[in-house]
Design a protein around this ligand. Structure first.
Ligand code: GDP
Ligand code: MG
Length: 441
């Protein structure tokens, strides 16, 4: 996929300007590329449509080509679709002992992932983990887990011949409670294909222990099959997350994309090899970058956007130094403040403004106030915004009414604009605005 997209965007990035038709052509190729990477047709179609909607009418950042801009939009949409959980790496394992059920087809990587996850929980979170193999079918499956346990220093449930999976699960629960374990992990048996017996067995185990997490382990290289498996397991068992294994291979991100779009389940981890530490938290940014194979361009566009904002700030600075600060400026500042985490955050960043920040805080400033102020400015005419001095009683009444607010609130806003204007002017005189310029970086 990455090669394919790389080719598409190479061609785009060499062109100066990008027409609507160019975007459409590019996205047609993106769609084909996604399909080749085993993304299902409806998913690919929907993805392309979302990108198209977002790309249309977006201004192109100066100093990058329109093609690069499209890459960024495709990238951002990929991240958006791939993001499923705020913190995919944190499992629900409070209330010990917490059962984690590992499900999936045979050969998907369940046993390996059980070991990897147990090691992670032990090493990173200091958890006491018990692992139990419920695979009574495959020869030496239980021994495989026991060997892993020894290797990583995690206990495994003693093997008792002839027990049914559900009974082993109950025994694991018992042992976990008595032994003071934080977590017990149940590594179930898989089949080559989904069948009724397998599902019934996993259902029984689920009902016996009521798992806090049910993780589906699937081979990331199987693409569309992985997605179908996920849908079936979710319908029958109910899964809380997905682990994609073999992402160390030729790394088609296609499975991840379909998985997210079709099942809506969060991808929690990716397997990146056979070793016990080859497990990582799923990072949408990283996988998106991998699908695109164009991390550099994405970074470039982000940087260009930063530069553009800095240029805007610079221009504003020059006006402030001349004592120009009207309602348009104030509006921009207010909007910036909301973006940067409110008044307090902005003031806190400016040197010498700690005191003012405190006052602002005490006066009960928050985003709601900022938004009301913006509403007031929006109900002013162009002329009034540029020249707030013209505001007389009747105009004030009209503006306040337009914003659905009191005139007293408008008066406060006007006072603020005057004060900020004065302040900007003073700061502008001090060292050519160096101080404020610093603060705005
Ligand atoms: P299970 O049948 O679902 O329990 O699958 P296993 O855990 O036994 O794994 C089957 C094979 O896949 C083993 O040879 C593992 O070493 C290998 N495997 C598992 N996860 C990964 C991975 O993330 N990357 C690679 N390259 N191999 C893996
Ligand atoms: Mg196994």
């Amino acid at each position: 996929l990455s090669e394919r997209l790389g080719g598409v965007f190479d061609r785009l990035t060499k062109q100066g300007a990008l027409s609507d038709e160019d975007v459409k052509t590019a996205l047609r190729e993106v769609r084909v590329a996604l399909l080749e990477a085993d993304v299902s047709l409806p998913v690919a179609r929907e993805f392309v449509k979302a990108v198209q909607d977002k790309a249309t009418g977006q201004s192109v950042t100066k100093s990058v080509t329109p093609g690069q801009q499209v890459v960024k939009i495709v990238h951002d949409e990929l991240v958006h679709v791939l993001t499923g959980a705020e913190d995919p790496g944190s499992l629900k394992i409070d209330n010990p002992p917490a059962p984690i059920l590992m499900v999936g087809l045979q050969g998907g990587g369940k046993t390996t992932t059980t070991g990897k996850l147990a090691k992670r929980l032990k090493d990173r979170e200091g958890k006491k983990v018990l692992m139990a193999s419920l695979d009574v079918y495959r020869p030496a499956a239980m021994e495989q887990l026991a060997i892993l346990g020894t290797q990583i220093g995690v206990d495994t449930l003693p093997i008792v011949a002839g027990q049914k999976p559900v009974d082993i699960a109950k025994r694991a629960k018992q042992q976990a409670m008595m032994g003071g374990y934080d977590v017990y992990m149940l590594d179930t048996a898989g089949r080559l294909q989904i069948d009724e017996v397998l599902m019934q067995e996993v259902e029984d185990v689920r009902d016996a222990v009521n798992p806090r997490e049910t993780l589906l382990v699937v081979d990331g290289l199987t693409g569309q099959v992985a997605v179908e498996v996920a849908e079936e397991f979710d319908a029958k068992i109910g899964i809380s997350g997905v682990v994609l294994t073999r992402m160390d291979g030729d790394g088609r991100g296609g499975a991840a994309l379909s998985m997210r779009a079709v099942t809506g389940k969060p991808i929690r981890f990716v397997g990146l090899g056979e070793k016990m530490d080859a497990l990582e938290t799923f990072e949408p940014e990283r996988v998106a970058g991998r699908i695109l194979g164009m991390g550099d361009i994405v970074a470039l566009v982000e940087k260009a956007q930063d530069t553009l904002e800095a240029e805007q700030a610079e221009r504003m600075m020059k006006r402030f130094q001349k004592g120009q600060f009207n309602m348009n400026d104030l509006k921009m500042q207010l909007e910036q403040m909301i973006k940067m985490g409110g008044m307090e955050g902005v003031m806190g960043m400016m040197p010498g403004m700690g005191k003012m920040a405190k006052q602002v805080q005490e006066s009960g400033f928050d985003d709601k106030v900022l938004k009301r102020q913006i509403a007031l400015i929006q109900s002013m005419t162009k002329k009034e915004r540029a020249n707030p001095q013209v505001l007389q009683a009747s105009r004030k009444k009209r503006i306040a009414k337009g914003a659905g607010l009191e005139v007293s609130e408008l008066n406060k806003l006007l006072k603020m604009q005057r004060q900020m204007g004065d302040m900007m002017k003073k700061m502008g005189k001090m060292g050519k605005g160096g101080m404020l310029k610093q603060a705005m970086k």
